[in-house]
Ligand binder design. Structure first.
Ligand code: CP3
Length: 350
């Protein structure tokens, strides 16, 4: 494929180049960009995700503006659930809200399956994007079962995921059936993107860091592993990135679930993440997004520190430790890309 020799795919597959470290940002397409707010004006989030031309335009905006080394598909982890017919909304400033929270076996059994035919708008958008991106890789993504289940069980965003964890502990069979269904939906969403031309995929388990390792291993890892294994089987050339926030204690289990690249937040240095995962995985991360507002010399030193730490892993993809905050000055992101491109080869070699 035209992106097989890109710095991102090489770093993800154990073939890091001697050249610049690849860089992209989680949530690079979105509210930090005035051109995003302009094209989104008057269109809801879910409706925007269903319009291939709009999706392509929003996905390309940060590539044009910042010169990042990858695009991330503009969509949302809730899109496959909405496409399956689950009644939900994405509320600005709040996040996903579910009309009828799922809290018992009857509700789980009543959940629809996702017909791949309902994702035609995804195939169309990814196809248009891979054509326009040329050798710049497109990253596809999906939500992992725990993070999706947390929205369905809580009914919306939550701080402590209390109902979710209580269901997992008290009703393990109901929980497993829910996660199996969600895993099938996410796998269909990811496989659709990979089949249409995504060069890599990222499984977002954003909120799984709230779990103890024993619960992760017993109640979550098998379901995420099923998704990653399906992609590995059907799209062996497409590297898999596995990411969550606050996952310092889970990194080795998340790697073992079937990732090629382990996404790390800002709490664990990349060299330590490489050590915890046994040294065999590429790492992605992990500048603290809170520092994007710091004076440039301070921020630049932190960027350099991340690059030096990443050199201890077999591959490094520079990113933030979580998404770009909406209030970020986009010029700062452009400047980080320039710094990573200008200095990373030298910093890694030192
Ligand atoms: O640039 C990109 O990263 C690509 C697009 C993307 C979005 N959501 C667009 C979006 C991606 C990769 C996601 C994934 C996503 N969605 C995750 C995992 C990533 C993470 O942040 O941990 C999660 C947990 C969600 C659920 C979700 N959807 C949240 C928490 C929110 C934000 C709510 C808010 O407004 O603060 C959304 C809505 C959402 N997804 C927006 C965007 C651009 C904002 C919608 C808007 O502008 O109206």
């Amino acid at each position: 494929m035209q992106w097989d020799d890109s710095s991102l795919v090489r770093a993800a597959t154990g073939r890091q180049t001697d050249g610049p470290v690849p860089v992209w940002f989680m949530r690079q397409a979105g509210r930090s960009l005035p051109e995003y707010r302009a094209v989104r004006e008057g269109t809801t989030m879910l409706e925007s995700c269903r319009r291939p031309e709009l999706v392509a335009e929003i996905t390309l905006q940060p590539v044009r503006r910042h010169g990042v080394d990858a695009a991330i598909f503009f969509s949302d982890i809730m899109v496959p659930l909405a496409a399956a017919g689950i009644d939900l909304d994405i509320v600005p400033g709040t996040g996903p809200v579910i009309a009828e929270p799922i809290r018992d076996l009857a509700a789980v059994r009543a959940l629809p399956e996702l017909d791949p035919g309902a994702l035609g708008f995804v195939t169309e958008a990814v196809g248009a994007l891979t054509e326009q991106l040329g050798s710049v890789p497109l990253i596809g993504f999906a939500g992992a079962p725990f993070t999706l289940a947390s929205y369905l069980v809580e009914g919306g965003p939550s701080r402590d995921h209390a109902r979710t964890k209580a269901l997992m502990a008290a009703e393990p069979r109901v929980w497993a059936e829910l996660c199996e269904k969600l895993a099938r939906m996410s796998a269909t969403f990811l496989a659709t993107q990979a089949a249409a031309g995504a060069a890599a995929v990222q499984l977002f388990d954003s909120w799984v860091g709230s779990l103890a390792p024993a619960d992760y291993r017993e109640h979550v890892a098998p379901h995420s592993a099923a998704i990653l294994a399906q992609i590995g089987r059907e799209h062996p050339g497409v590297p898999r990135i596995h990411f969550g926030v606050g996952t310092g204690e889970l990194l080795s289990d998340m790697a073992a679930a079937g990732a090629d690249v382990i996404g790390v937040d800002w709490r664990v240095p990349l060299a330590e993440a490489a050590r915890r995962t046994g040294g065999g995985y590429a790492v992605q991360g992990n500048l603290d997004p809170a520092l994007l507002g710091a004076p440039w010399p301070v921020l630049a030193e932190r960027v350099r520190r991340v690059i030096r730490s990443g050199a201890h892993a077999p591959g490094h993809i520079f990113n933030l430790g979580h998404g770009v905050p909406p209030q970020t000055d986009p010029a700062v992101l452009t400047r980080i890309v320039e710094l990573v491109h200008a200095e990373s080869a030298q910093l890694r070699a030192a």
